[in-house]
Every structure is written in structure tokens, then in C-alpha cells.
Design a protein around this ligand. Structure first.
Ligand code: ZN
Length: 312
């Protein structure tokens, strides 16, 4: 059995979104607890470094980052979006958390391509898949998965990278960033209609975007069938050199923000099916990022299932 490297950092726990916010520090605390209690997997837990601006600039222009970080308050919270989405907020520790979350991806890419390990999980917050080139939204500021994909291409000369997103929300940011970029595959299964409202099947980019919108009443079998025919089949044809996962666990039946009814064990099956494609085309190389998932018990169980499948 191969080992897994997990990148995280206490700065990612320190990010505060205010009382009663679903994207809260306890999410990462239960995930790290769960990871520390998995004895049977060979997990190496490492500290995420701070991302450098030059690498983030592969996706987000410096003007955007300057404006974003100029809004970081010395105390209290500042919203970066207009109503009705006033829940994407910065606190005094946000800059460090954002840079660690992205740095986890960059360092994962280094370890992956330097042959240290083939399976990596970034246990980070804030999440990234809603962050567009110049727009923070949906609790996301910097698109961690997108920066990692561009870094893999830029630094290690990879031609084809795939991002598979099974968070229950559509990754509007990732789609926007790669919408005209044939070298990056983006496939997403998500509840629709639901925030952010994008992700129709007709949004296909330059033949590189694959959206599978589902209604909240799909059965678990239907979910897997749709994921398989709309996403997996197409990523198989794309033959990526590395697979990045935007791993949100909010399609779980306990999740308070959505209506899909997956069980914790389904995340084993979903992850295993992605690993199979990686074994076929990508030399087994997978980097996964924590995105959403807002029920603590579900998160704890789903992380275990996800990492078990990743380690196979
Ligand atoms: Zn989500």
C-alpha cells in the first residue's frame, strides 16, 4: 500500500468567519482528528508552506490579490461581496490561511512530481473552487486547485491536467478560469438549481468542460451512474497526466447546505473510481483538495473513506 501525504496548517484553522457561519474552523479540526485516528493507512501529515505570489499569479492577477489583501481587517470581519452573498468574509488571519491553503497545493505538486508520493490531500480552508480569476465568492478567495493545475503545467511541463469536482456546488471559479483552455479538463457533478447557479450541461468551454447537474432527489445509484457516464467516461478519454480532485463532502445526506443524500461510504466508491482512472493514465498521481462539507460527523466519516480509497 502506498502512503498518503496530507498538507495542512494551524493558520487554516485560525480563519474566522463569524458566529453561525457554516464554513467554520471545527470542520478542519474534526478532519485532522479523524486523520490522526486512522491507524491502518500510512499517512504523513506535513505543514503547508505559504504560497508565493508569482505562482498564484498563474491564475489570479496581482492587482486582484493586492485589492483582496488590502481589505484584510486588523480585527473583526469584512465582507468582500455585495448582498445577497455577504458571507464571504475576511478576518485578521485570512491572508495567512489563504496563502497556506494555496501553498498546500503547490507543495503537493512538488512532492508529486519529485516522486515523494503519488497521493496527496490538502486539508485546508478556505476552500477554492468558487474563486474566479478576479472575484472572491462562495467562501473562496484563491482557487487552490486551479493554481496547482497551472503550476504543474508551468513548472513540470505537463500538457494535460484534469480537475474532477464532486462538491455538491458547481465550481464556477474553476470553470471560469479554464473555460477556453483545452489543456485542462474540468468535470463537475453538482446539485442544480443551487448556489452558484452555473454548471448547466450546455456549458462546455472548448470541449474541456463537463457538467453533470443533478436534482436533490437522485438516488445513490443514480448519482454514481451519472458521475460515471458524464464525468469519468470523459476524463478517461482525456487521458490526464495528473488528476486533481475538488473534494467537497456536502452531497452527504447530513449536510445542511444541500439536499443530495449520499452516505459516507459512497465517497470511498467515488474516490476509488477516480483513482482507477489515475492508475490507467496518470501514473497513479492524484492531488485532492478539501472544498465544502458542513456537517462535522459526515466530514469525519467521509475523510476516512476518501483517504482509504486514495491510498489504494
Ligand atoms: Zn459545496
Amino acid at each position: 500500500m502506498e502512503g498518503i501525504t496530507v498538507f495542512s496548517h494551524s493558520d487554516c484553522i485560525a480563519k474566522d468567519n463569524g458566529e453561525n457561519h457554516p464554513e467554520r474552523k471545527e470542520r478542519l479540526e474534526v478532519i485532522l482528528d479523524s486523520i490522526k485516528n486512522i491507524d491502518e493507512l500510512n499517512i504523513s501529515l506535513k505543514e503547508a508552506p505559504l504560497a508565493d505570489f508569482k505562482t498564484i499569479n498563474l491564475v489570479h492577477p496581482q492587482t486582484y490579490l493586492d485589492e483582496l489583501f488590502s481589505m484584510v481587517p486588523s480585527s473583526g470581519l469584512v465582507g468582500v461581496e455585495k448582498e445577497p452573498y455577504a458571507d464571504t468574509v475576511l478576518c485578521s488571519q485570512s491572508k495567512e490561511a489563504i496563502l497556506r491553503a494555496c501553498g498546500a497545493g503547490i507543495q503537493s505538486a512538488n512532492e508529486l512530481m519529485n516522486g515523494v508520493t503519488k497521493r496527496l490531500f490538502c486539508a485546508v480552508r478556505p476552500p477554492g473552487h468558487h474563486a474566479e480569476t478576479t472575484r472572491a465568492n462562495g467562501f473562496c478567495f484563491v482557487n487552490n486547485a486551479a493554481v496547482t493545475a497551472r503550476y504543474l503545467q508551468n513548472k513540470f511541463n505537463l500538457k494535460k491536467v484534469a480537475i474532477i469536482d464532486f462538491d455538491v456546488h458547481h465550481g464556477n471559479g474553476t470553470q471560469e478560469i479554464f473555460y477556453t483552455d483545452k489543456s485542462v479538463f474540468y468535470g463537475s457533478i453538482h446539485q442544480h438549481p443551487l448556489f452558484p447557479g452555473t454548471g448547466l450541461e450546455s456549458e462546455t468551454g472548448v470541449g474541456n468542460i463537463f457538467n453533470a447537474p443533478i436534482s436533490s432527489d437522485v438516488t445513490r445509484d443514480q448519482f454514481m451512474e451519472i458521475f460515471s457516464t458524464k464525468i469519468l467516461k470523459n476524463v478517461d478519454l482525456f487521458k490526464p497526466e495528473v488528476i486533481i480532485i475538488s473534494a467537497g463532502f456536502d452531497a452527504h445526506k447530513r449536510d445542511p447546505l444541500a439536499g443530495v443524500n449520499l452516505e459516507s461510504e459512497d465517497y470511498f466508491t467515488i474516490t476509488q473510481s477516480i483513482v482507477e482512472i489515475a492508475m490507467r493514465h496518470s501514473n497513479g498521481r492524484v492531488i485532492s483538495f478539501l472544498e465544502g462539507g458542513y456537517d462535522l460527523q459526515a466530514l469525519s466519516e467521509c475523510i476516512k473513506a476518501h483517504l482509504e480509497a486514495l491510498s489504494n
